[in-house]
Design a protein around this ligand. Sequence first.
Ligand code: OSB
Ligand code: MG
Length: 365
Amino acid sequence: MQGRLSYSILRMPLIYPFETSFGRQTERVPIIFRLEKEGVTGYSECVTDVDPFYSYESNSTVMPVIKSYLGKMLLEAKGPDEFMQAAELIKGHNMAKGALEMLLWDHEARKEGKPLHKLLGESKGYADVGVSIGMESTEGLLAKVSNSVSMGYRRIKVKIKRGREVEILSAVRDAFPDIALTADANSDYSIKDMDTLKKIDRFNLEYIEQPFDHDDLIYHSRLAKEISTPICLDESITSPDRATKALEIGACSVINIKPGRVGGLGNSVSIVRIARDFGAHTWVGGMLETGIGRAYNVSLAASAFIDYPGDTSPNSRYFARDIVKNPFSMKEGRIVPSGEIGAGYIPDEGIMEKYTIEKGVVCEW
Ligand code: OSB
Ligand code: MG
């Protein structure tokens, strides 16, 4: 055997429920991939969830496309670029591609004996961190915002949905007039809600994240002309090509980059460059990742050209017991990427095993 790609599906309870416009999440069920090749072992995490509520990709669309196509392409590719070129034959499925692409970056960094963040272009050596707070009662929300502000987070993002936006944003803005505040709608609005969306201008948000549908660039560009609050796209930006088109038609001026959503780190770095060329801003988002996915996100978020705080909270915000031995901690609203070689995580295989509900081999060669 020269190499093996295997997977484990984990079930991990969240410390507290996370509610967005598309639902209430109480656990995360990540697919963790493991690549053994040339004497080096590495892990990555797929950002999909059990349900296709955030995006059309889900745990059940990722596995067949990896088993039938992408696993073999991974085994034949010499590096992340070559893998992504081969994978162009497969339309879409960028979350599946991203999960495997990242394994190859980790592998390369390990072989070179360097931390991954140093391979992704100029690194600041730290990431600025914001927090994403789910919907709950007004008192509960204000308590979380207050706690987050005192912990030093550099930006507070609250989730909103149709009919609750004014209530949520008035409460937070009245109590915290000066914080850097943003709102994430996770696609809950449509063009019919233009009048409601105009009302959010008075809350002085840094930006509003993903008001309209994941595949709707045109109406985001129309909205951008109607409101003064900048628009940030998350779900809509699935690739560098989508980023270029969104920026070209003025659908957004800020992009939330999640490496696991855009097809990996190579595409993430391209999107950072494209955004800079357009004078737009970028930050690194999250999908409630375990310490494995989080290590990749933090490596990217340390890039010198990422200019806004991201959703890369310390692991302790999500899981009572994470699957890594070196969780991140935050100081003065910053997280420093691990000095370990590769993406930086130290896997805790025992804990991983305890959370595992299914595992198997994708391919061996
Ligand atoms: O829209 O950014 C989002 C979590 C799951 C799915 C989508 C999103 C989120 C978050 C949390 O906002 C980000 C995080 O802290 O990992
Ligand atoms: Mg979002």
